[in-house]
Design a protein around this ligand. Structure first.
Ligand SMILES: [Mg+2]
Length: 364
C-alpha cells in the first residue's frame, strides 16, 4: 500500500472553561463562560488536534466511550472511525453531547490524517476557494447601545462587510437596538439572530420593521423546532431577507427535514455539533441537492478549511467569543483580513497548535 501507515496509538482529551469578557446573552440564553473540549490523537509520530464547544460531560464521553473504539484503528481511515463511533453510541442517543463528542474526535482525526500526509486540511478535502468571506457575529442583548455600536462598527472598520447582532430578549426594544446598529455600520450588511425568541406573529411584524432598517438575514425568528413557523416566515418575510437556521443540527436527518420543510433560505451547520467535518461535508452535499447556500456556525478556526472545500458555503461566522478563545488557546488561529479568512497552506492539518501553558489555567 502506498502512503504512510499508522495506527491510532493514544488519544488525549482535555476540557477548558474560559470566562466571557463580559456577561453575555442572546434572545433565549445567558452565559458567563464557554467550555472547549480538545481531543488529540497520536499516530505515526504525529499528533492531531480537534475540538468542540460543549459541556465537560462531553470530554468524559470521549474518554470513556469513544477513545477505546478508535484506539488501534487505521489513522487514515477517518470514515471507518466515524462509522464505528456512530454505531456504538446507538443506545445513548445521537443528538446533543454524543454528536459533539464524535465531532471532537472526527475533527481531530481529519487534522491527524492531513498531518500524516503533510497537507493542509483544505488540500486533503479538496479546495473549492482560496479563502472564505466572514461575518462578524456578537451584538449580545446584554450590551449597552454604545457597546453594541462599538463592536459592530469595529468589524466594519476592519473591512468585514457583514455583521450580526442578537435580538429577541425584549421584543419591545429590538427595533431601537437594530436602529443603533444600522447607524453604527452605515451601509454594511446587517444580520439579526433571535435564537427562537419570538412568537410567529411577533416575528412577522418585526420582519417588516427590520427590513426597513436594511436587515437581510433573520436567523431563528421562531424556534428551530417549529419548521412550519420558519417556513411561514420564509414565505412572508420581505424580499431580500433570508430566513436561516440549522445550528442545532446533530445528524444528517435533521438537516434533511429542515430542507424538505422549505424552512430556510440559507442553511447553517456546525461541525463541532454535527459529528465533525465528516458530518459537515455531508450537510454541504444536502445543500447542493436542495440548491441552497450553507453558512458555518461558530468555531471559526475549526470551520476554515472545510468552508474553503465545501462548494455551497457562502460565509463563515466570525463569532466574537470563539475568535477570542481560539486566539488565546491556539497558535495558528488566523485573523480575518479584508473580510476574508484564508487558511495558512504552509501548515499541515488545521494549522493549529494548543498553547499548553496558556490553556493550563483554564483546565477543568
Ligand atoms: Mg444563532
Amino acid at each position: 500500500m502506498k502512503g504512510p501507515q499508522a495506527r491510532i496509538e493514544r488519544v488525549d482529551v482535555a476540557a477548558f472553561t474560559i470566562p466571557t469578557a463580559t456577561p453575555e446573552s442572546d434572545g433565549t440564553l445567558e452565559w458567563r463562560a464557554t467550555t472547549l473540549v480538545v481531543v488529540e490523537p497520536s499516530a505515526g509520530g504525529m499528533r492531531g488536534l480537534g475540538y468542540t464547544y460543549a459541556d465537560t460531560a462531553t470530554a468524559v464521553l470521549v474518554r470513556d466511550k469513544l477513545v477505546p473504539l478508535v484506539r488501534g484503528r487505521d489513522a487514515l481511515a477517518v470514515t471507518d472511525c466515524w462509522n464505528v463511533m456512530v454505531h456504538e453510541i446507538r443506545n445513548l442517543g445521537r443528538p446533543g453531547i454524543v454528536s459533539m463528542a464524535i465531532a471532537a474526535v472526527d475533527n481531530a482525526l481529519w487534522d491527524l490524517k492531513a498531518r500524516l500526509l503533510d497537507l493542509p486540511l483544505v488540500r486533503l478535502l479538496g479546495d473549492a476557494r482560496a479563502a472564505v468571506p466572514v461575518y462578524g457575529s456578537g451584538g449580545f442583548t446584554s450590551y449597552t447601545s454604545a457597546e453594541l455600536a462599538e463592536q459592530l462598527s469595529g468589524w466594519t472598520h476592519a473591512g468585514i462587510a457583514r455583521v450580526k447582532m442578537k435580538v429577541g430578549r425584549d421584543p419591545g426594544t429590538d427595533a431601537a437596538r437594530v436602529r443603533v446598529a444600522r447607524e453604527a455600520i452605515g451601509g454594511a450588511a446587517l444580520f439579526v439572530d433571535a435564537n427562537g425568541g419570538y412568537t410567529r406573529k411577533q416575528a412577522l411584524g418585526l420582519a417588516e420593521t427590520f427590513a426597513q432598517l436594511g436587515v437581510t438575514w433573520f436567523e431563528e425568528p421562531v424556534s428551530s423546532d417549529d419548521l412550519a413557523g420558519l417556513r411561514l416566515l420564509r414565505d412572508r418575510a420581505p424580499a431580500g431577507m433570508d430566513v436561516t437556521a440549522g445550528e442545532y443540527g446533530y445528524d444528517t436527518g435533521y438537516f434533511r427535514s429542515m430542507l424538505e420543510a422549505g424552512a430556510v433560505d440559507v442553511l447553517q451547520a456546525d461541525a463541532t455539533r454535527c459529528a465533525g467535518i465528516t458530518g459537515f461535508m455531508r450537510v454541504a452535499a444536502l445543500c447542493e441537492a436542495f440548491h441552497l447556500p450553507l453558512s458555518s456556525h461558530c468555531a471559526p478556526a475549526l470551520h476554515l478549511h472545510a468552508c474553503c472545500a465545501a462548494t455551497p458555503v457562502v460565509h463563515l461566522e466570525y463569532f466574537f467569543d470563539h475568535v477570542r478563545i481560539e486566539r488565546m488557546l491556539f497558535d495558528g488561529a488566523v485573523q480575518a483580513r479584508d473580510g476574508m479568512l484564508e487558511p495558512d497552506r504552509a501548515q499541515p492539518g488545521l494549522g493549529l497548535t494548543l498553547k499548553r501553558s496558556d490553556a493550563a489555567p483554564y483546565a477543568v
